[in-house]
Ligand binder design. Structure first.
Ligand code: C2E
Ligand code: MG
Ligand code: MG
Ligand code: MG
Length: 294
C-alpha cells in the first residue's frame, strides 16, 4: 500500500489501515532512522464518560508510517521492539509528545484533559524510569495528574516486586496508574491485590461475541468486574466498544467510561482536539460509592 510523505490518508482515521507484512529484519533495520525522521506518529483515542458521552481524556497510541513500507501495526512492531529493547526509546518519545501536547493545550487556553501513555514492562528495566517521568513534567511544567500511565496487566507477572515498587513510587509522585487489558492475563485478581491502581481498563475480549441481550458469559464477567471495582472505589473504562448494544449494556451495569471504535478510533492530534472541542468534561473520574455508602 502506498504512503505519501508519511501521510497515508491518515491511518485508521476514516479508512482501513491494513497491516503490511514486513519481516522482522526490515523492522529492525528501519526503526532507528524512522524515529529520527519522525515517522512514528502519536495518535490519540478519546475516552468517553458513558452517561454524558463527553470526552474525559485520551490515550496516546503510536503509529508507524514508513514512506516506503507503509503502515506497520503496533501489534507487529511492539513485540519486536520489546525483544530488542528499542521500545524504551520509542516510549520515551511518545511520553514526551504527550507532554508537549498538554503544554500546547495549556498555552493555547484549550481544554486540558489527561492523556494516558503506554508503559511497556521492558521500560521497567531502565534504572531511572521514575526520573524520566519527573524530568518530563518538569521540562513541560505540567501537573503529573495529566500524564496517566497505562501498564498492561501481564507486565506484573514477570518481575512483580520490582514493578510494584516502581509503580508505587510513580503513584506517590502523582501520576495516575491505569491497569490496562484487565482480565486478559492469568492472575488478574491477584494483581489487583498487590498493585497500585487508580483506574481499571477492562480488556475488550469481554465485549466480543456478544449479540445476546445480556452479553452472555462475557457480560456476566464484565458485570462482576464493574461491581468489584465499585467495592474497591476504582473507576472503570471498558475498552473496545464497537456497538450500540454494548453501550446499552455497559450503561445498565454502571460502567463509567468507554473507549472504542463506536465512539472514535485513534485519530491524529488535530482531529482529537476537534472532538474534544465538541464536548468534554474536566471533572476527574468519579470515585465510587461503595455499597456501604449507598
Ligand atoms: P492497548 O494499550 O490496549 O490499546 C488499545 C488497542 O485497542 C489499540 O490498538 C486500539 O487501536 C485498539 N482499539 C481501540 N478501540 C477498539 C475497538 O473498538 N475495537 C478494536 N478491535 N480495537 C480497538 P493499537 O493502537 O493497534 O495498539 C495495540 C497495542 O500496542 C496497545 O494495546 C498497546 O499495548 C501497544 N501500544 C500502542 N502504542 C504503544 C506505545 O506507544 N507504547 C507501548 N509500549 N505500547 C503501545
Ligand atoms: Mg493502553
Ligand atoms: Mg488496553
Ligand atoms: Mg489491549
Amino acid at each position: 500500500k502506498a504512503a505519501h510523505n508519511g501521510v497515508v490518508a491518515c491511518g485508521e482515521y476514516g479508512e482501513d489501515m491494513r497491516d503490511n507484512i514486513v519481516n522482522e529484519q526490515v523492522i529492525v533495520n528501519n526503526m532507528q532512522s524512522s524515529l529520527l525522521r519522525g515517522e512514528f506518529l502519536v495518535y490519540i483515542q478519546p475516552k468517553y464518560e458513558l452517561m454524558s458521552e463527553k470526552i474525559v481524556g485520551g490515550e496516546a497510541l503510536v503509529r508507524w508510517l514508513h514512506p516506503q513500507l507503509g503502515f506497520i501495526s503496533p501489534s507487529r512492531f511492539i513485540p519486536i521492539f520489546e525483544k530488542n529493547g528499542f521500545i524504551y526509546q520509542l516510549d520515551k518519545y511518545v511520553w514526551e509528545r504527550a507532554c508537549q501536547i498538554l503544554r500546547e493545550d495549556m498555552d493555547a487556553g484549550r481544554p486540558v484533559l489527561p492523556i494516558s501513555v503506554n508503559v511497556s514492562r521492558i521500560d521497567f528495566y531502565s534504572p531511572n524510569i521514575v526520573q524520566v517521568f519527573e524530568q518530563l513534567i518538569e521540562k513541560y511544567d505540567i501537573p503529573p495528574r495529566l500524564l496517566e500511565l497505562e501498564l498492561t496487566e501481564s507486565a506484573y507477572v514477570e518481575n512483580p516486586q520490582q514493578i510494584i515498587e516502581i509503580t508505587k513510587e510513580l503513584q506517590r509522585k502523582g501520576f495516575p496508574i491505569l491497569m490496562d487489558d484487565f482480565g486478559s492475563g492469568y492472575s488478574s485478581l491477584n494483581m489487583l491485590k498487590d498493585m497500585p491502581v487508580d483506574i481499571l481498563k477492562i480488556d475488550l475480549q469481554f465485549l466480543s461475541d456478544s449479540d445476546k441481550e445480556d452479553n452472555g458469559r462475557g457480560g456476566n464477567i464484565l458485570n462482576s468486574v464493574v461491581r468489584m471495582a465499585k467495592w474497591l472505589h476504582i473507576p472503570v473504562i471498558a475498552e473496545g466498544v464497537e456497538k450500540q448494544q454494548q453501550v446499552d449494556f455497559l450503561r445498565t451495569i454502571g460502567c463509567e467510561c468507554v473507549q472504542g471504535y463506536f465512539f472514535s478510533k485513534p485519530v491524529p492530534l488535530e482531529v482529537y482536539r476537534d472532538l474534544v472541542g465538541k464536548g468534554f468534561s474536566e471533572t476527574p473520574l468519579p470515585v465510587h460509592l461503595g455499597p456501604e455508602d449507598t
